[in-house]
Design a protein around this ligand. Sequence first.
Ligand SMILES: NC(=O)C1=CN([C@@H]2O[C@H](COP(=O)(O)OP(=O)(O)OC[C@H]3O[C@@H](n4cnc5c(N)ncnc54)[C@H](O)[C@@H]3O)[C@@H](O)[C@H]2O)C=CC1
Ligand SMILES: O=C([O-])CC(=O)C(=O)O
Length: 330
Amino acid sequence: MASPIKVCVTGAAGQIGYSLVYMIGSGAVFGADTPVSLHLLDIPPMMPVLNGVCMEIADCALPCVREVVATDDPSVAFKDIDAAFLVGAMPRKEGMERKDLLAANVKIFKVQGQALDQHAKKSVRVLVVGNPANTNALICSQYAPSIPKENFSAMTRLDQNRAQAQIAARLSVPVSDVKNCIIWGNHSGTQFPDVRHATVAGKSVYDAVNDEAWIRGDFITLVQKRGGAVIAARKLSSAMSAAKAACDHMASWWQGTPEGSYVSMGVFSDGSYGTASGVMFSFPVTIKDGKWSIVQGLPIDDFSKGKLEVTGKELCEERDDALAVCSAAQ
Ligand SMILES: NC(=O)C1=CN([C@@H]2O[C@H](COP(=O)(O)OP(=O)(O)OC[C@H]3O[C@@H](n4cnc5c(N)ncnc54)[C@H](O)[C@@H]3O)[C@@H](O)[C@H]2O)C=CC1
Ligand SMILES: O=C([O-])CC(=O)C(=O)O
């Protein structure tokens, strides 16, 4: 076995953390032959709960887990880490939009950006899960200027998984047959789940579904509002599926995307497809040798163009609000 990689999970005593640490420890993300040192961060009042999580990790007897560091100190949690899952943040309650969390959560990502800048490896790959994820990732990157912007990303993989699961259910096929559903823009109600370029068992999803009204209507709304529907049902936000998506995201980043496949990630926008630049916009990306590249040249019709504009505008507004909160907190 190789030497352990250091992986940090913030909010490790919370709901998503509870599923996520097991999945990482099981080898599902970095490979069954890659040992990991788990660095678990939470806030001081949660240390007894985190201690219980550590007991359970030990009791799982996971061969990949070589070390567990549980702490409330970001300088310890981020020390020399290779990968970070930034989950620790307040979740929304019924009736809230994710951007309603901005004022409370964005300060966490400012402080953690500064701590990553000081303590993490410069090659660290950072996945932001805590909402509003795209804008938190942008702020985190901004306050970690010594780490390349390409090393920060926001999670829209749960939306991609939701979209692919809905298409599979509609066509009564296994979800593994459905590929290349795209999530454009913000992880919010303005996101654009797009199946124009998706395939099912190698054929066009658009043709297989053969119902443009559904694809442009109920399908989009269902994916956009799925997080809220889970909250209404569970009285808690998605946790198991969020942890699975975080693992899928990091596994793609670590291991690359197969030939002909792409995945959606919130990444620093260079203005591709005429989108807003300087925000963390979710694009289809391919990944090779740990580096993502935005898939270029996909035809975008007028319907899609309109959707990209709306979600880009929201991201610019969130960015401006977040910067105002951060400078007021200085
Ligand atoms: N991007 C996405 O697709 C998704 C994002 N989320 C977001 O993930 C976040 C976490 O959700 P849950 O685990 O359900 O919440 P939770 O409330 O169960 O757990 C959050 C944990 O973070 C900890 N925490 C708070 N501030 C912290 C800080 N400064 N440093 C370290 N830890 C801190 C809390 O003490 C708590 O243990 C929420 O913001 C939620 O909205 C949830 C689902 C999907
Ligand atoms: O909806 C929420 O607040 C949690 C989340 O981001 C999701 O489930 O997609």
